[in-house]
Design a binder for this molecule. Structure first.
Ligand SMILES: Cc1cc2nc3c(=O)[nH]c(=O)nc-3n(C[C@H](O)[C@H](O)[C@H](O)COP(=O)(O)OP(=O)(O)OC[C@H]3O[C@@H](n4cnc5c(N)ncnc54)[C@H](O)[C@@H]3O)c2cc1C
Length: 468
C-alpha cells in the first residue's frame, strides 16, 4: 500500500480531522507560535480522543513516518511540528474538569493554560503554570513548568498527580506514583520523549485574587535594583513572586507616553495575599529606588496570566537562549546592563525567573527535572514581527547569552531553548540523564518519539538523533 493509500485508509478509522497539504486549512494547521518555524508535515492528525492518538501512532509506525507531538504549539524550537512526517495535534482534546472536594483538576492534553485558569478560577483555585496563559499545558508541564506560583507551590510537575499516555507501540498506559512509577518520574521534566500524554491530573491550590503587575525603573537604576532583587527574592515570603526583566516599554497604555519605547528594567510581581501586606513587603524597594512607573494592584489570577497577550500575539519571530544561575554577581550584573542597552527591538527581552522556595525543596532525583538548586532561570528572547530582522534579534540574543553563560550553573531550562544539541540536553539533566536514557530504552527503544529535546535510548549511542 502506498503512503497515500495508507493515509486515505487511516482517515476512515479516525474520528478527528486528517489534514494533508492539499486540504483547505493545511497552511493554518501547520503554523506554530514561533513565526521563525516553517515546517511542512506530510499530514496533520488532529485527534479527537486517546483512541485517535493510538490509531495515529500505529499508522505512523507502520508507514515509517516520523512523528511530532503538538500540544499548544508554543515550543521555542517549534518541536510540535515536523517536516514530511505526521504531526499528531492534540488541540481538539481540550477539556478541564475541576473536582473542588479533592482540589484536583483533570486536563485534556490539547488545553492551554488559559482554559485551565478559567475553569479553576471559578472555584478559587489555580494550578501552578507559567507567566503567559496562551502556552500549552502539555509542553510546559512535561518540561517542568515555572511561573508566578513556583516559589510557593513548586514547578508544574510538582503538582502533577497522574497522566494517561499512548506509548510508542500504540498501546495505552497510565502513570502515577503507584502505576508505572518509572514512566511517571521520566515525564516530570523529560518532555515528549516517552509517549503522548492524552490527559493530566493536577493538584490545585487556593489562589484567587492576587496583587500583581509591573514596576519599572530607568536603566541607570538597574544595577542597584538588580542587587536589591537578588537578596530580596531569595528571602521574601514564598507568597511573593517577582521576575526581573530587561525590556523596552510597550508603545501603548497603560504606560505613560513619555516612557513608551524607552529601554528600562522591571519586576513583574505576583503576591498571594492582601494589597496591604504586599505594600509592606514592597515598601523597601519603593523607598530605596522609587519606580519610574508601577501598575501593581489586585486582579484575578487569570487576568495576570493574560497580561502579555497583547504584546506577544502568535506568529512573531522568536530566537531563544537560556541558562540557569545560582548567583547574580556584580560582574554578571554589569554584563546584563551592557546588553540591555542594546535591546534590538521593543518585544525582545531578558527575564530572570526565581527558581527557589518550594522548587528547591524537592530533591534533584525525585523528578527528571534536575536543576532544583538553580535559584534563577534566565531566558533571553530576540522577538520581532519582521523576518528581515531575524539576524538582528538572533545576534543580540546570542551575544547576550555568550556574555552571561560563563556565570551560569552549567545547564538551561529545555523549554526555553531552541535545538542546541545533545550536550546541552545532557547539561540540563545532569545526573538524571542516564536514568532517563534507560527509561527511554524501555518505553521507546527505537526512538520513535525523537522530534523533541531528544534523549536517545540507552545503548543507542552513536546513532544520529535526527529530529524534525
Ligand atoms: C510566549 C511564551 C511564554 C512562555 N512562558 C513560559 C513560562 O512562564 N514558564 C514555562 O515553564 N515555560 C514557558 N514557556 C515555554 C513553554 O513551556 C514551552 O514553549 C512549551 O514547549 C510549550 O508547550 P506547548 O504544548 O505549547 O508546545 P508544543 O509546541 O505543542 O509542544 C512542544 C513539545 O512538547 C512535547 N509535547 C507537547 N504535547 C505533548 C503531549 N501531549 N505528550 C507528549 N509530549 C508532548 C513534544 O515534544 C513537543 O515537541 C513559554 C513559551 C512562550 C512561547
Amino acid at each position: 500500500m502506498s503512503l497515500h493509500e495508507a493515509i486515505t485508509a487511516f482517515r476512515s478509522q479516525f474520528r478527528g480531522a486528517v489534514i494533508e497539504p492539499t486540504d483547505a486549512g493545511y497552511e493554518e494547521a501547520r503554523k506554530v507560535y514561533n513565526g521563525m518555524i516553517d515546517r511542512k508535515p506530510r499530514a496533520i492528525a488532529r485527534c479527537a480522543d486517546a483512541g485517535d492518538v493510538m490509531a495515529a501512532v500505529r499508522m505512523a509506525k507502520a508507514n515509517g513516518l516520523r512523528v511530532s507531538i503538538r500540544g499548544g504549539g508554543h515550543n521555542a524550537a517549534g518541536l510540535g511540528v515536523c517536516d514530511d512526517g505526521l504531526t499528531i495535534d492534540l488541540a481538539a482534546i481540550n477539556y478541564v474538569r475541576v473536582d473542588p472536594s479533592s482540589r484536583t483538576v483533570l486536563v485534556g492534553a490539547g488545553s492551554k493554560w488559559s482554559d485551565v485558569d478559567h475553569a479553576t478560577h471559578a472555584f478559587g483555585l489555580a494550578v501552578p503554570s507559567g507567566i503567559i496563559a496562551s502556552t500549552g499545558v502539555a509542553g510546559l508541564t512535561l518540561g517542568g513548568g515555572m511561573g508566578y506560583l513556583s516559589r510557593k507551590y513548586g514547578l508544574t510537575i510538582d503538582n502533577l498527580l497522574a497522566v494517561d499516555m499512548v506509548l510508542a507501540d500504540g498501546s495505552f498506559a497510565m502513570a502515577s506514583a503507584d502505576e508505572n512509577p518509572d514512566l511517571f518520574w521520566a515525564v516530570r521534566g523529560g518532555g515528549g520523549n516517552f509517549g503522548i500524554v492524552t490527559s493530566f491530573l493536577f493538584e490545585a491550590h487556593p489562589v484567587d485574587t492576587v496583587c500583581a503587575g509591573p514596576m519599572l525603573w530607568d536603566l541607570d537604576d538597574a544595577a542597584d535594583v538588580m542587587k536589591w532583587y537578588r537578596e530580596f527574592i531569595t528571602s521574601a515570603p514564598e507568597e511573593m513572586n517577582g521576575f526581573f526583566a530587561m525590556m523596552t516599554v510597550p508603545p501603548g497604555p497603560p504606560f505613560p507616553e513619555e516612557l513608551r519605547l524607552r529601554k528600562m528594567c522591571g519586576i513583574v510581581w505576583c503576591y498571594q495575599g492582601s494589597m496591604e501586606q504586599a505594600n509592606t513587603i514592597l515598601e523597601p524597594i519603593r523607598s530605596y529606588r522609587p519606580p519610574a512607573f508601577e501598575h501593581v494592584g489586585p486582579m484575578p489570577f487569570p487576568m495576570l496570566q493574560g497580561l502579555f497577550d497583547g504584546i506577544y500575539p502568535p506568529g512573531l519571530q522568536w530566537y531563544w537562549k537560556a541558562d540557569f544561575f545560582k548567583e547574580l554577581s556584580d560582574e554578571a550584573i554589569e554584563k546584563h546592563l551592557e546588553h540591555a542597552a542594546l535591546l534590538p527591538t521593543w518585544q525582545s527581552t531578558m527575564h530572570l525567573y526565581p527558581v527557589n522556595g518550594k522548587v528547591n525543596r524537592v530533591p534533584e532525583t525525585d523528578t527528571a527535572f534536575s536543576h532544583r538548586a538553580a535559584v534563577w532561570s534566565e531566558v533571553i528572547v530576540g522577538v520581532d514581527p519582521d523576518p528581515a530582522n531575524r539576524a538582528k534579534i538572533t545576534d543580540w540574543a546570542r551575544s547576550y547569552y555568550d556574555a552571561l553563560h560563563p556565570y551560569g550553573a552549567g545547564g538551561a531550562y529545555l523549554n526555553f531553548m531552541m535545538e542546541e544539541g545533545e550536550d546541552r540536553i545532557k547539561a540540563a539533566y545532569r545526573g538524571n540523564f542516564d536514568r532517563l536514557a534507560a527509561i527511554k530504552a524501555k518505553y521507546d527503544p527505537d526512538n520513535f518519539f525523537r522530534v523533541n529535546q531528544n534523549i536517545r535510548p540507552a545503548g543507542a549511542e552513536g546513532k544520529t538523533a535526527s529530529t524534525n
